[in-house]
Design a protein around this ligand. Structure first.
Ligand code: PLP
Length: 394
């Protein structure tokens, strides 16, 4: 029905997953809140046969609302299976635990431009689990090669990096990983399956913070892991054991948000490109980063259906100058997080990358005056006017 290389469309977003049937005729999947189920002979027989996991017993193992959402997400990613977690960080924990911790946590290579929380996890929790992590510039072939050759179990990267918006060359990275017997794990939070399906480009598994575009309304926390069935069976077991499953009420809300994912992404992407092009010309803006405007534009056009909803503005001046611009905005809201219908702005220096020194941020390509803009679905002209006014005033 659908070319796996193509991103998911609104038709998929609305119809993917389970269809209503005689047993469940509701157009919308039912919200089931029961944590436990009356056991019958069939359930006892499954438990006795050591297959308790196949019986309806307890909601930490899954429930119909969660499973309907997982079926939709797996279909959107073109994956055999998906599992949902209480947050993106819980999904990361589940993915790395399942993929890289068999017989003890191993060596994980991560792109050096990666979400601050992921870096924190890899430098605190992962070593506490017995693992180690190395951060590399994935564009530096020699450094990547050396890191992967060092008994790496996986390479973890973001399809569009936070906040520098570099586009990962997934087919090339997948080839390097295969040569070393390492898995390619992709955090696709910024791109979403509406722009790219990483599994079709050689990734072994994909994860998301569903708190961002997948939910899309800044009103839920969630995470997703999607990929092939054998790996997802281990993810499922990890989730049962560690308990980071998504709550059914939130699962229901996320399932609702997913139906407009492709529609929202179109508005985010159109708005972000118009915004980036308009603000590039402003005298107070030193530099604008957007996947379709920078050094990776050709790669972005080849691998992504559109440029995404994120823009990094670099205003002249320091962190305080950037904060003054934020303070002068009337429409866009100064807040961390991203991917909601409202435009959110933050400075990486005071939020996602606050833990680093100015020099360390500069090494990652984050200028002192950097402002990360998660472009919402407002009229692009209104947003451009808001920023022009703020830049002129601040
Ligand atoms: C927000 C985010 C996460 C963490 O997700 P939570 O839902 O906040 O736990 C991971 N990766 C990226 C790229 C993110 O933006």
């Amino acid at each position: 029905m659908h070319d796996p290389e193509s991103p998911c469309t609104s038709t998929h977003c609305v119809h993917a997953g389970a269809r209503p049937d005689a047993a469940r005729p509701g157009v919308v999947p039912a919200l089931e809140l029961s944590t436990t189920y009356v056991l019958d002979d069939a359930a006892y027989a499954l438990v006795r046969a050591g297959r308790g996991g196949d019986a309806r017993i307890y909601a930490r193992y899954g429930n119909p609302t969660i499973e309907a959402l997982e079926a939709r997400l797996a279909a959107l990613e073109g994956a055999a299976a998906a599992r949902v977690f209480a947050s993106g960080m819980a999904a990361l924990h589940g993915l790395l635990g399942a993929a890289c911790a068999e017989g003890g946590a191993g060596h994980v290579v991560a792109a050096r431009t990666i979400y601050g929380g992921t870096r924190d996890f890899l430098t605190s929790v992962w070593p506490a689990m017995g693992g180690r992590a190395t951060f590399v510039d994935v564009e530096d072939a020699a450094a990547l090669e050396a890191a992967l050759a060092d008994d790496a179990r996986a390479l973890l990267c973001e399809s569009i990096a936070n906040p520098t918006l570099e586009v990962a060359d997934l087919p090339a990275l997948a080839a390097r990983c295969r040569a070393h017997g390492a898995l390619l794990l992709v955090d696709a939070t910024f791109a979403t399956p509406a722009l790219q399906r990483p599994l079709a480009h050689g990734a072994d598994a994909v994860m998301h913070s569903a708190s961002k575009y997948l939910g899309g309304h800044s009103d839920l926390l969630g995470g997703v892991v999607a990929g092939p069935a054998p790996l997802l069976a281990r993810v499922d077991l990890w989730r049962r054991r560690t308990g980071g499953v998504l709550d059914p009420q939130v699962a229901h809300l996320l399932d609702r948000g997913l139906k407009t994912l492709a529609l929202r992404m179109r508005a985010h992407c159109d708005g972000a490109l118009r915004f980036a092009e308009a603000l590039r010309a402003h005298p107070r803006v030193a530099h604008v980063r957007h996947p379709l405007l920078g050094a990776h534009a050709e790669r972005a056009r080849r691998l992504l259906h559109a440029g995404g909803g994120m823009v990094l503005l670099e205003v002249d001046g320091d962190e305080d100058a950037a904060l003054r611009v934020l303070g002068a905005l009337e429409l866009a809201l100064p807040a961390a997080s991203l991917g909601g219908v409202e435009t959110l702005v933050c400075t990486p220096a005071t939020t996602s990358h606050a833990g680093l020194t100015t020099d360390a941020r500069a090494a990652l390509g984050i200028a002192p005056g950097a402002i990360r803009v998660s472009v919402g679905i407002e009229e692009p002209d209104d947003l451009v006017a808001d920023f022009r006014r703020a830049l002129d005033r601040a």
